[in-house]
Ligand binder design. Structure first.
Ligand code: K1U
Ligand code: ZN
Length: 173
C-alpha cells in the first residue's frame, strides 16, 4: 500500500470526467487499498479516484467513527433519489473550507463492489451526502461549484495565501 497525493483546488486535473472501470482486478484493489490508507490518514470520510489523479469511476468511503465500515463503489450510478437536505461539507481537495450544500436526502445507488459483484443499495444520512459528493468528483465537479463565483474566488485566494505561507517541503531528488 502507498500514500497517494491528493490534488488541491484549483488544480485543473480535478475537472476531468472519469471513465468507467472496465475490469475489477488486483491492480485496482491495490489502488483502492492505497486510497483507504490516504483517506484515513487525511483524515476524511470519502475519497474519489479523481482526487488522486486517477480518472476512472470509483470511490471509497467510511462514515463510521472507528474505520469499521469501509465502502468501495465502482462505476456508481444513482438510480433513484428522494427528498432534499442541506449539510455542511468539507473536501480534502479544498482544505479548511466548509460550506452548506443541498443534496438528495435518500439515494439508491447501483455499483460494483471490490469483488466486481453488482450491488443496489439505499443510502441516507452522512453516507448519502458523502457518496453524492464523491460522485461529483468523478464528474469533475467540486462542492465549491455550488457557491457563487465571488465565494469561489475568495476560497482560491485564501488557499493561495495559505500555500505561500506554508511552502511545500523541498523535494529530495
Ligand atoms: O474530499 C473528499 O471528498 C472527502 C470529504 C468527504 C465529505 C465530507 C463531508 C461531507 C461530504 C463529503 C471529507 O472527508 S472532508 C473531512 C471530513 O469531513 C471529516 C474528517 C474527519 C472526520 C469526520 C469528517
Ligand atoms: Zn471532496
Amino acid at each position: 500500500m502507498a500514500m497517494l497525493n491528493i490534488l488541491e483546488f484549483p488544480d485543473p486535473r480535478l475537472r476531468t470526467r472519469a471513465v468507467p472501470v472496465e475490469t475489477v482486478d488486483d491492480e485496482l484493489r491495490r489502488l483502492i487499498d492505497s486510497m483507504f490508507e490516504t483517506m484515513y490518514a487525511a483524515p476524511g470520510i470519502g475519497l474519489a479516484a479523481t482526487q488522486v489523479d486517477v480518472h476512472r469511476r470509483f470511490l471509497v468511503a467510511d462514515v463510521s467513527t472507528d474505520k469499521s465500515d469501509p465502502q468501495v463503489l465502482i462505476n456508481p450510478e444513482i438510480v433513484a433519489s428522494e427528498g432534499e437536505m442541506i449539510n455542511e461539507e468539507g473536501c480534502l481537495s479544498v482544505p479548511g473550507i466548509y460550506a452548506e450544500v443541498r443534496r438528495a436526502e435518500k439515494i439508491r445507488v447501483r455499483y460494483l463492489d471490490r469483488d466486481g459483484n453488482e450491488v443496489e443499495r439505499d443510502m441516507d444520512g452522512l453516507l448519502a451526502v458523502c457518496v453524492q459528493h464523491e460522485m461529483d468528483h468523478l464528474e469533475g465537479r467540486l462542492f465549491v461549484d455550488y457557491l457563487s463565483e465571488a465565494k469561489r474566488q475568495k476560497i482560491r485566494k485564501r488557499l493561495q495565501k495559505e500555500r505561500r505561507q506554508q511552502p511545500e517541503p523541498a523535494a529530495v531528488l
